[in-house]
Design a protein around this ligand. Structure first.
Ligand SMILES: *Cc1c(COP(=O)(O)O)cnc(C)c1O
Length: 695
């Protein structure tokens, strides 16, 4: 008996400390079953459950054959996954993937929004495919903050410090147990960095942390808040990530063949690679060429504020001693981040540094790459705009992680237990045509009902009081959830509140709309948009039909993308570089209604969802907003509502389901991170130059 208990304890520990559980619901169910209350209270954190295990509980579970079998079978699948051979010749080389944020699970506050969620999905798919990868990020102790509201609907942020010992983080130590420490000189002080490992399937994510007693208070605060305000905080955080990240990898004895800079925040890593090459004795030109051969770069936004630019004085103040380590004059140093290298006033731009220092660069959709080539053409005066070396790899989502439990059952049943292996084969998804309409419609209804059950419960616990809604499981259910950045135009639907009220007032065609999203803590405009939606939702004509959900995170996102019939996306084209939330609904038989921007320009074919507007742009943003709002009402009134409520004698909306089938057949195979990783492998990773790796 005691050996059984020891084995159980060992299995549970191993499972709890590998995020493989986060895309394997059977593994989550184990921990949930062990301690349902703590599972809820800890935001679904297996380590919390594991740490609270006591002998009596384990003894009790060891006596349950059902639990033992469940554990054994999950553990066997986990081991088989971890020991799987790399596929498709992916065993060559090693990629180091750097990102400021990673959205892996709601219990880990290491992300703010889409960039982080994409990075998390990137790691999960790299692990699934056996692409040799390590990742580097920051252990944000307070993350991006959770969202609360005042009674008037004004957003407040709440920061709950993370205790890494209560999460799946393992401190990095030398064999003798001493912590691995590296340092970076910043603002005349030595900032010490320690590291933690977070295992994501087969990919280790190394997280940098300055919040410990060796550092002074201002330096300890560097790794607390993600995207906190202030350029001098930001540049130091980016130095910790870029320079500190390379130093930590070296301390671990890791020599990647390719560094992938996911967004410009980590671009200072190029300088550290340059310093290394110089220290190995290479001349300037040759050293820089070696750096370029090692790096690839992904840019993520056409919004100008999304590209960090630092004033020359700030660069000098913060990175002066580092520049001396590099052996560069101030002009040479600043020139690396400037378009016009001789312009002494031009700020230091991280995107410019990243583009200059990478052998290959991409945007995250076809349209975004085109916009980026225009944006950065000045950097390549010898190239016509179409030859600016920025290509595209369109984003995706990690389908196994986004499929709800109900979706996984559906997939297993109709597509087979090995559906994940076939996800990038277009013909594979045509099997949806073998699923009868009755079954497909029942699937959709189940998912909508599950969402409504969740929301009815959730609104009771949130700080914002919303009129206790009588949610309707038959209503057309529309979702809008994303960061409340102005270019995403979360209030476009409310431009004509009377018209919207008419749309929602037909008792024979009930509609409900769920909103969720966070504004940046310093973005009062975004906060006003949230407040506007909240106050509109209190009006009698909207009560119970428009509902604002607080604290948008991965958990809320997962519920919404699974349950909504229609996913609304209204960015001001061309500012949504890709967008990914809409890719999460297809598997759940949801449909997209979106402005033709980002991924939807590639995804939409006229029959697999709806376009809002015709994909043209206006010079005047006011005009563009007015025109797009009109198009949005027109598509709702003229197409979406009529089609959803067009039922045959069995109550089935046949023509709606045709659209759902078309979406499965045309979207699923392309808009997933398995396809995305294969593409990064083909276009970027496998061209690594081994001679740059050195000893
Ligand atoms: C998918 C996702 C996003 C990305 O949404 P966009 O469509 O890119 O705006 C942001 N936040 C969370 C929590 C997500 O799950």
């Amino acid at each position: 008996m005691s050996s059984t208990i020891d084995r159980m304890r060992r299995y549970l520990r191993e499972l709890a400390y590998n995020l493989w559980w986060s895309w394997n619901p059977e593994a989550q169910a184990l921990f949930e079953a062990l301690n349902p209350l703590l599972w809820q209270a800890s935001r679904h954190n297996p380590v919390a459950v594991w740490r609270a295990l006591d002998e009596a509980l384990l003894r009790d579970r060891a006596e349950s054959p059902a639990f033992r079998e469940h554990l054994e079978s999950v553990y066997e699948r986990f081991r088989a996954y971890m020991d799987r051979e790399a596929e498709n010749g992916h065993e060559q080389g090693l990629v180091a993937y750097f990102c400021m944020e990673f959205g892996l699970h709601e219990s880990l506050p290491l992300y703010a929004g889409g960039l982080g969620v994409l990075a998390g999905d990137h790691l999960k798919s790299a692990s699934d495919l056996g692409i040799p990868m390590v990742a580097v990020g920051i252990l944000w102790r307070e993350g991006y903050g959770s969202q609360r509201f005042t009674p008037e609907g004004w957003q407040l942020e709440h920061y709950e410090p993370l205790d890494p010992y209560l999460g799946p983080f393992v401190p990095l130590t030398y064999p003798d147990g001493a912590p691995i420490l590296v340092s970076v000189p910043l603002q005349g002080r030595r900032v010490w960095i320690r590291g933690w490992r977070l295992q994501v399937g087969r990919v280790p994510l190394y997280l940098l942390d300055t919040d410990f007693e060796t550092n002074s208070e201002p330096d300890r605060a560097l790794t607390r808040r993600l995207y906190a305000d202030g350029a001098d905080l930001r540049i130091r955080q980016e130095a910790v990530l870029g320079i500190g990240g390379v130093r930590l990898l070296r301390a671990l004895g890791i020599r990647p063949t390719t560094f992938h800079l996911n967004e410009g925040h980590s671009a200072l890593l190029l300088l550290e690679l340059l310093r290394e090459a110089r220290a190995e004795g290479y001349g300037w030109q040759e050293a820089w060429e070696r750096v370029r051969q090692q790096c690839v770069f992904t840019t993520h936004t056409p919004v100008p504020a999304g590209h960090d630019r630092f004033e020359p004085e700030l660069m000098e103040r913060v990175l002066d001693s580092y520049r001396l380590e590099l052996g560069l004059s101030q002009e040479q140093f600043l020139a690396l981040g400037r378009v016009y290298t001789g312009d002494a006033r031009e700020p230091f731009c991280m995107t410019v540094l990243a583009l200059k220092g990478s052998r290959w660069a991409n945007g995250v959709s076809r349209l975004h790459a085109e916009v980026s080539r225009n944006m950065w053409q000045e950097l390549y005066p010898d190239h016509p705009v179409q030859e600016v070396p920025i290509t595209h790899v369109t984003n995706g989502v990690h389908l196994p992680g986004w499929a709800s439990r109900t979706a996984r059952e559906f997939l297993r049943r109709y597509f087979g237990p090995d559906w994940e292996e076939h996800q990038i084969e277009p013909d594979f998804w045509a099997r949806i045509d073998e699923v009868p309409d009755e079954v497909l419609w029942a699937y959709r209804n189940t998912l909508r009902r599950e969402l409504i059950g969740f929301i009815a419960e959730y609104v009771r616990t949130q700080s914002l009081s919303v009129p206790a809604p009588a949610l309707n499981p038959e209503a057309l259910t529309i979702g809008f959830a994303r960061r409340f950045a102005p270019y995403k135009r979360p209030t476009l639907l409310f431009r004509d509140p009377d018209r919207l009220a008419r749309l929602l007032s037909d008792p024979d065609r009930p509609v409900q709309i769920f909103f969720a999203g966070k504004a940046h803590p310093r973005d009062d405009w975004g906060k006003r948009l949230l407040q506007e939606i909240y106050q509109l939702s209190l009006r009698p004509e909207f009560a119970g039909k428009i509902i604002l959900l607080e604290d948008y995170d991965l958990h809320i996102a997962r519920q919404l993308v699974a349950g909504c019939d229609v996913w609304l996306n209204t960015p001001r084209r061309p500012y949504e570089a890709s967008g990914t939330s809409g890719m999460k609904v297809t598997l759940h038989a949801g449909l997209n209604a979106s402005v033709l921007d980002g991924w939807w320009c590639e995804g939409f074919n006229g029959r697999n969802g709806w376009a809002i507007g015709d994909g043209t742009e206006e010079r005047d943003p006011q005009l563009q907003d007015a025109r797009d709002a009109e198009a949005l009402y027109a598509v709702l009134e003229g197409e979406i509502l009529p089609l959803f409520f067009e039922r045959d004698e069995q109550g089935i909306p046949r023509r709606w389901l045709e659209r759902v089938r078309e979406a499965w057949k045309t979207l699923l195979a392309s808009f997933n991170t398995c396809r995305m990783l294969q593409e990064y492998w083909q276009k970027a990773y496998r061209h690594a130059d081994w001679s740059t790796v050195g000893r």
